[in-house]
Write a protein that binds this ligand. Structure first.
Ligand code: LLP
Length: 421
């Protein structure tokens, strides 16, 4: 459920007409709904009620400071994967003891910053990383709390580019070697083992792969405890999928996911951490764009928008489907017309949808891409010297620009011309 609905013939973001935002900031832009973000966060929090837990929002999904502050104020922890993300989470008001640090390539500098600033745990992904963390922690006279990310070799049944839990993926250490690696960690100074971490992929639409992975984690917990390790915490990663279309069967809800977690792992008495990103932010955001031209091609019509692949890369990168809807509500029974929906970037891959049925549209009309809140703005670029587009946050009947559009001068002035030119 989200808070983007038609009212009086036009699309609203909560209580604000999308046309009003478009008039104020110009298109294209991203708009997020506070109520939707909070609703999704609370769904996870409530799904784990009765079990000690922390929902660590995977801020890679949407990392604007205003979004982070909104979730931080609701009590969310955060999953970060870089120094930049760590510093953002802290600046948004997340205490260090609610931040988990994931990622296969943490640098010593990143480790230092997190250890000095405060961290709940590092999710360690390899032996060399473990050794580096031990060195850094010792040099600072600190003890680094760690889990080790295990790769359970489970098929997440999602797009290959976002599956992470098979043995051929770069993530984690093979679960078959976990006991050996935990023994190594226990012998290294400056580290304190606190639990186990697993994350098998993103946009999972079934619970079964999670359940398989978590079953393996349950077995491993018992084996590691028998080896004498303290396993008090299980970080179960993110990955629960969202409905990208209104037509298909919806993926399981956080409530079902929470119940499965309790069923599979509840007997261990561990604190549970989860790292959802997409489910919190995905359906809390729209990308709003204007039609520049309608071009009649040979056998097909192109809807040329002012948004492009640099603003929303998911269709080009993952063949992802995003529902596209007109901002002015079509009259009931309006005739549908198939369009190839494209952006102005000079690549054929700059195609959002092929032969998509939409009501007849014309130059200047506004359209909205649904489910664009996660992995949208954060993955955008300035390709073709196109400015990063504004982000807007709605809260009830108020809205605020939370990232403004840069000027062309600002963009140019980031470059420097050497003295010999
Ligand atoms: N935890 C870890 C360790 C992760 O690597 C990820 C996502 C998450 C949590 C959050 O997963 P989520 O709940 O959002 O599925 N750009 C791609 C998705 C990449 C996901 C990367 N890791 C896309 O647009 O589909």
């Amino acid at each position: 459920m989200d808070h983007f609905l038609y009212r009086d013939g036009a699309l609203f973001a909560e209580d604000v007409p999308v046309t009003e935002i478009a008039a104020a900031v110009g298109t294209p832009f991203y708009v997020y709904s506070t109520a939707t973000l909070l609703r999704h966060y609370h769904l996870f929090d409530e799904a784990l009620a009765g079990t000690e837990h922390l929902v660590c929002y995977a801020m890679k999904a949407a990392g604007n400071m205003a979004i982070l502050r909104t979730l931080a104020q609701a009590g969310a922890g955060m999953d970060v994967v870089s120094q930049g993300e760590y510093l953002r989470a802290r600046a948004a008001g997340v205490p260090g003891d609610k931040i988990v640090f994931s990622g296969v390539g943490k640098t010593e500098e990143e480790m230092r910053v997190a250890l000095e600033g405060g961290i709940r745990q590092f999710n360690v992904e390899s032996e060399p990383e473990m050794e580096a963390l031990s060195r850094v922690a010792q040099s600072l006279g600190k003890v680094a709390p760690i889990t080790i990310r295990v790769n359970p070799d489970v098929d997440a049944r999602t797009h290959a580019k976002i599956a992470t839990g098979k043995s051929e993926n770069k993530f984690g250490i093979p679960i078959s070697r976990a006991r050996e690696v935990y023994a190594m960690a226990a012998a290294l100074p400056g580290l304190e083992i606190v639990g186990i971490d697993v994350h098998i992929g993103s946009q999972l639409t079934e619970l079964e792969p999670f359940e398989q992975a978590y079953g393996k984690v349950a077995e491993l917990t018992e084996a590691l405890r028998a080896d004498g390790h303290t396993i008090g915490r299980l970080d179960l990663g993110g990955g629960l999928g969202i409905p990208y279309t209104r037509s298909n069967a919806a993926p399981p809800l956080p409530t079902d996911y929470g119940a499965m977690i309790k069923r599979t792992l509840g007997h261990l008495g561990c604190e549970i951490e989860i790292e959802p990103g997409r489910l919190i932010a995905g359906n809390a955001g729209l990308l709003v764009s204007s039609v520049i031209y309608v071009k009649n091609g040979e056998g097909r019509d192109f809807l040329i928008l002012d948004a492009a692949m640099n603003d929303l890369i998911r269709p080009a990168m993952y063949d992802a489907h995003h529902d596209i809807i007109p901002v002015i509500e079509p009259v009931p029974g309006a005739e549908q017309h198939p369009y190839d929906v494209v952006g102005p970037v000079c690549e054929s891959g700059d195609t959002f949808a092929r032969q998509r049925d939409l009501p007849e549209l014309a130059s200047g009309d506004l359209v909205a891409f649904r489910s664009a809140g996660a992995y949208g703005a954060v993955m955008s670029s300035e390709y073709n010297a196109r400015p990063l587009i504004p982000e807007v946050l709605v809260n009830g009947d108020q809205f605020a620009v939370i990232r403004r559009r840069p000027s062309f001068d600002e963009m140019m002035n980031r470059d420097t011309i050497p003295s010999w030119l």
